[in-house]
Design a protein around this ligand. Structure first.
Ligand code: FAD
Length: 335
């Protein structure tokens, strides 16, 4: 999943972005695995070695800013929606923010920082809302879950996770698992929902293990209702391992090649005249089309063994399907 940025020292104390130990699942190891060549790791600024804490300045990746926890709500078995409010003087101008971006949040008790993606960016009152998962022995996630309204935390950013380029793609297929939906929600909030007449068609394929683990209504409701209003611009498909009783949009099963194939727009121009007459279309060669796949999810969903889209990715369930479909490596970006 999200490749972890390097971090060495902050101020006079060591701050680590490294997991506590080597792991076999979830973000820790997934983050440690570098995705395709243009991964976040290589773009992250190497400024954190001595990042001080600064007051009354606009947010910056080069120093930490003290912010308040203004809400912390349960949103599922291991997740919470946490709102952090930035002081008025530290709110960056919206023109300086380009989706998809994240911030590093520092657990100052143990001097460890981790990146998190503000769902709706930052609003004019300085609020940033995060959907955060805690892992049984994970450090910062568990610490953030324990924060209460009024607590002060430190963060630095914004850091560019990946940058949206307008007028570049005909289709964007986003594939996420668990809290891997957060960068795609930010893209939805800041870009997709702002351009309903865009010629780019976006599809989100999201998977969670159970219905309870699906993103909360604060995330899902706007995605689903926008998809209903703008079906030619945005589509959402939800997947769960076991049948979902309360979310009719969720289908049972895992995201595979057939689902990815079905998400692609059919190309009328490449169909035969008889096919067109019968309303049939064909899926053209992906290498000839401006289709981008953005993927973000837990390691088992994305990775298995080494391959062209990045170490461990192309033979996994998702990467394998993309390889079979003939995607070029520059059409796949692993966040
Ligand atoms: C750009 C970016 C944006 C991100 N945005 C989000 C977001 O919006 N929301 C979100 O939830 N996450 C997000 N992440 C992931 C996040 O940064 C962290 O990686 C994640 O929260 C786990 O960090 P942690 O400190 O809680 O767990 P870690 O301490 O890193 O542990 C991770 C895993 O290792 C296991 N583990 C920990 N200690 C041990 C041990 N001693 N022995 C064995 N196993 C152990 C844990 O159980 C867990 O499974 C993002 C990542 C990136 C790179």
């Amino acid at each position: 999943m999200w490749a972890r940025a390097s971090l060495r020292h902050a101020h006079t104390r060591n701050i680590s972005s490294k997991p506590a130990a080597s792991r076999s699942s979830s973000y820790g190891p997934a983050a440690a695995i570098l995705g395709i060549a243009a991964s976040y790791y290589f773009f992250s600024p190497d400024v954190s070695r001595a990042a001080p804490t600064v007051e009354d300045q606009v947010l910056s990746p080069t120093y930490f800013t003290k912010c308040s926890i203004t809400s912390n709500e349960n949103s599922g078995p291991d997740t919470r929606l946490v709102t952090v409010t930035v002081p008025a003087k530290s709110i960056p101008s919206t023109s300086s923010l380009h989706p998809i971006w994240s911030v590093y949040i520092k657990d100052d008790a143990i001097q460890v920082e981790r990146p998190y993606t503000p769902l709706g960016g930052i609003d004019s009152d300085g609020r940033m809302r995060f959907w955060i998962k805690k892992y049984p022995r994970g450090e910062v996630g568990r610490w953030l879950h324990s924060k209460i309204v009024g607590d002060v935390i430190e963060l630095r950013g914004p850091l560019q996770t990946w940058r949206w380029q307008p007028d570049t793609w005909d289709e964007v297929i986003m594939i996420s698992g668990g809290t891997g939906i957060t960068p795609f929600y930010q893209l939805f909030h800041s870009v997709i929902s702002q351009m309903p007449t865009s010629s780019t068609c976006f599809t989100l394929l999201h998977s969670s293990k159970t219905e309870d683990e699906l993103p909360p209504p604060a995330i899902l409701d706007s995605l689903i209702s926008y998809a209903k209003e703008h079906p030619s611009n945005f589509r959402v498909r939800l997947f769960v391992d076991t049948p979902a009783a309360d979310i009719p949009e969720a289908q049972t099963g895992r995201i595979g090649r057939v689902d990815i194939e079905r998400s692609l727009r059919k190309d009328v121009s490449s169909s035969t005249w008889l096919g067109r007459l019968l309303g049939q279309t064909e899926i053209p060669d992906l290498r000839q089309r401006k289709v981008l796949f953005l993927v973000c999810g837990p390691e088992p969903m994305l990775n298995a063994i080494a391959g062209p889209y990045g170490r461990n990715f192309s033979q996994g369930p998702v990467g394998g399907a993309l390889a079979e479909l003939g995607c070029r490596t520059d059409q796949v970006y692993k966040l």
